[in-house]
Write a protein that binds this ligand. Sequence first.
Ligand code: HEM
Length: 409
Amino acid sequence: MMATETGSVVFNPFDPKFRANPYPTYKRLLEEAPVFQSPLGVVLSRHRDCESVLRNHRKWSSDLRNATDSGFEPNLDLFDLDRPFLFLDPPDHTRLRSLVSRAFTPRVVEELRARVQVIVDDLLNAVSEQGIMEVIDDFAHPLPVIVISEMLGVPSQSHSQFREWSAELAKSLDPELAAQPEAVERQRRAIALFDDLFKELIAERRDKPKGDLLSALVQAEEEGDKLTEGELLSTCRLILIAGHETTVNLIGNGVLQLLRHPDELQKLRDDPSLAGSAVEEILRYDPPVQLTGRIALEDMEFDGVAVPKGHGVTCLIGAANRDPERFPDPETFDITRGDDRHLSFGFGIHFCIGAPLARVEGQVALATFVRRLKSPELLTKSPKYKNFVLRGLESLSVEFGGMRPAGQR
Ligand code: HEM
């Protein structure tokens, strides 16, 4: 894709400046070209336009096999078979989603809060003497990996292996990284390695079911008409990857924003009951998933810009979350805002199934971080981002002057 110009707005997702900080470009798109014709299809920035696309799944498909415009999805051939349900429409989407949704209801997830607290405290205890922590590697990454692996039933010895495979698959979402030579080959290999791991675990569960989500899915597969073995594998892969790549970024982006806004950090330290609202504001202000796409199932248009059947639209979540029509004073980071109508978990039938879990992990991680670390200071001044679509930091070093013990204020 090339840089595209409409009037004075330049939208180029390959520009390093844009990748480091996309928000000034979003602001200009909202002001000057909220419906923007790019070589990859129409790009939408307004909250109401993005919401209406995501709401209207009968007109807007998540299944890229409906795309006639080949520019939209570089790695289409990766997904010949058994696409994860994120990329499917009803009725297959409905059937597969319903098999896992029970594991992620707010009530079930709330019961995990105490376990999340133990993991968070253990991770902080492990670095408490060091005076410096690497927030991504020591904290933001291990937490969601441990939580989702325990839910699904993946043993901890596999964690370091699938970190690499998962990062490889996350790259397929970023047009620049996906265009690298051999990217498709590396991604195919990552899928094969995931599937080998899960095939082994599935065989174990068939022999001896446990109380985990994998056992429940294996049982559904054995009952016959609910899901095939291919769908079982694609669902496991989806949950394992979606369950951690994004949550790492919520915690990493959250620590960064709190350290950049010391008054907001102090508010959270003084009043831990603000954790829920702080997490919503981090999600709004610096969302871990910056965009999502849909394919028109019939001829559509926005503000007179046509989207023919089979063409794609991109919904810029990061821009919609700062739409002044929807959020007063959108450029201000305010953890007391108390507004959860951002689009960071999507909207409609594909609304993130893991949202309750991500919220609990984010709340416990960030509230505990600000409570326990004394005088945290940011050492990484110009953080680098791994990926444009999944906005996550490569690394983030923080210095601190000691740590309060777990469970004390
Ligand atoms: C802060 C963390 C997270 C963010 C920002 C996030 C974001 C999103 C978004 C934007 C979507 C919708 C995509 C679309 O409509 O095109 C989505 C779907 C999904 N998410 Fe998350 N997610 C997070 C954490 C999780 C967790 C912890 C899980 C865990 C199990 C998870 C599992 C899923 C699944 C399975 C879907 C597909 C839902 C469907 O197609 O019906 N996510 N997520």
